[in-house]
Design a protein around this ligand. Structure first.
Ligand code: NAD
Length: 505
């Protein structure tokens, strides 16, 4: 995370100042402002991150355009081999990367290890490019005429990413973009720049042609420069719904290919026949893992009929048993949220829900002098769909419970949200599952799974305000997003060929 305090670029301090990675070299951005990067568990300053300018971004674009020319002519097999080497290096550095994720973002070490595991799976999925990038051909579309569609890289592709998955989310894009022959510019979250800084040190060891991968640290100014730069062909965004819209509209206006994954409000429907202990486990992981700062976090439980009374007691008891603290400590289940300001914002949501008539089943607020980022699991019961806490993305360890009489009513509640990222249903009834997966308006659905985040080999994304675009992240959609189709219709005039060599047909 970062403080809002800005330092002068020449501030004398022994705190490390990060650099950009452009054209195969580490380089200090010109006249950049600096932000302190804090450990959210201890508030210790970990580093200072430069906030680059549009001119700094343009240097990366020039390098990426040069890198693209070289890289696109390497065979997909050679490109895949680079990814195999990247995979091996990431596997050997996985624990260090997980520690960096915990230190700068706050999630627990097991959670960070799982994130790094998913990051590595993205590289594994991208190594299939010699197969997945193949085109299609149809002979004889007319007499002696063949038609074929080939896939070519799009060009220079940029990704703008959020704070909550410093390792994995950039890798929803980078391995697939370069596997398909594009060059790539990453703008990490200025709140958590350290993990990708280390990843780019690893990428540097692979000796890719200069400009194939570039890292430009910064904030909204770099994002605007990405949207404005004519040298960038495609933009991927992950973050809040508000910024997703800015990026989607800006990129589309400039004629760029764009996919923008936004915020979420994920519902978990619990039917009366759900297996309660497993359901409690699933909800706890979903609502309180990563302190609720996942785009797939379960944020609202919708209990149907008798499910409410069966669930609420065991759920509250289990939530109260989760230990809150520094994610590097072994028995901690819930780490800090990203910043003191985020904690204050989340506590505000809880208080306003209580003021609106909801009932606090578990209160994780810790009070104090405001100089900490800890808030424990919090459960608010008696929430109604019209309340602010039922509608807004809280992005903290806060779970609302809404009660419904029937599955149809539950589906109506879920579908009334402006978001449609992920959702889950807990039940043993195949008929209820069939109805739910058919009618629910969300891009990712879990059946007795609390966090139904698709693995690397499948596409990931939501619907409605959770996603603007058409091609989703990773899986088969990644190859679609990162390639342009070119269709060639061809014929040859064999009657003019040398009849002596061809013979009679
Ligand atoms: P954010 O929108 O504040 O920031 C995301 C990126 O946009 C950052 O790199 C940031 O520098 C940049 N940015 C911020 N404000 C900007 C502005 N005004 N103009 C241009 N760029 C700007 O998001 P965050 O707080 O870092 O991350 C949390 C959000 O991300 C949550 O809403 C969460 O649901 C969402 N998220 C969604 C998914 C998904 O798959 N849909 C995945 C992870 C996170």
């Amino acid at each position: 995370m970062t403080t809002t305090t800005q330092s002068a670029p020449n501030a004398t301090s022994d705190v490390r100042v990060l650099e950009n990675y452009v054209g195969g070299e580490w380089t200090a951005p010109s006249g950049a402002r600096l932000l302190d990067v804090l450990n959210p568990a201890t508030q210790e300053v970990l580093a200072r991150v430069p906030l680059s300018t549009a001119a700094d971004l343009e240097k990366a674009v020039e390098a990426a355009r040069a890198g693209f020319k070289v890289w696109r002519s390497r065979s997909p097999i050679a490109r895949a081999k680079v990814l195999f080497r990247l995979r091996e290096r990431l596997v050997s550095e996985a624990d260090e990367l997980a520690r960096l994720v915990t230190t700068e973002m706050g999630k627990t070490l097991p959670d960070a290890r799982a994130e790094v595991g998913r990051m590595i799976e993205m590289v594994e999925a991208a190594t299939a490019v010699p197969t997945t990038m193949q085109g299609r051909v149809l002979e004889d579309v007319a007499t002696n005429v063949d038609c074929e569609t080939i896939r070519q890289p799009v060009g220079v592709c940029a990704a703008i990413v959020p704070f909550n998955f410093p390792a994995m989310v950039p890798f929803w894009f980078l391995p697939f973009a370069i596997a398909t022959g594009n060059s790539f510019i990453l703008k990490p979250s200025e709140q958590v720049p350290l993990t990708q800084n280390r990843v780019f040190e690893i990428l540097h060891e692979l000796e890719l042609p200069p400009g194939v991968v570039n890292l430009v640290n910064g904030d909204a100014e770099v994002v605007q420069a990405i949207l404005d730069s004519p040298g960038i062909d495609a933009v991927s965004f992950v973050g809040s719904a508000r910024v997703a819209r800015i990026v989607y509209e800006g990129a589309a206006k400039a004629g760029k290919r764009v996919q923008a994954l936004g915020g979420a409000k994920n519902h978990i429907v619990v039917m009366p026949d759900a297996v309660i202990p497993k359901t409690v486990d699933g909800i706890l992981t979903s609502a309180f893992g990563a302190a609720g700062q996942r785009c797939m976090a379960g944020s609202v439980v919708v209990t149907v009929a008798e499910a409410h009374d069966a669930l609420v007691g065991p759920l509250a008891e289990a939530a109260q048993g989760l230990r809150v603290g520094n994610g590097l400590e072994s028995d901690v289940a819930v780490g800090p949220v990203i910043s003191c300001q985020a904690r204050e914002r989340i506590e505000g949501y809880v208080q306003r829900a209580v003021d609106a008539g909801a009932r606090l089943l578990v209160d994780g607020r810790r009070g104090g002098d405001g100089d900490h980022a800890f808030i424990g699991p919090t459960i608010v019961d008696g929430v109604t769909p019209d309340m602010e806490i039922a509608q807004d993305e809280v992005f903290g360890p806060v779970l609302s419970i809404i009660h419904a009489q029937t599955l149809a009513e539950a589906i109506e509640i879920v579908n009334s949200s402006r978001y449609g990222n992920g959702t889950s249903i807990f039940t043993e009834s195949g008929a209820a599952v069939r109805r739910y997966r058919h009618d629910v308006e969300a891009g990712m659905v879990g059946v007795n799974v609390g966090v139904a985040a698709p693995v690397a080999f499948f596409p990931f994304s939501g619907w409605k305000d959770s996603f603007l675009g058409d091609l989703h992240a990773h899986g088969t959609d990644a190859v679609e997003f990162y390639t342009r189709k070119k269709t060639v219709t061809s014929r040859f005039f064999s009657e003019s060929a040398d009849a002596r060599l061809f013979g009679e047909f």
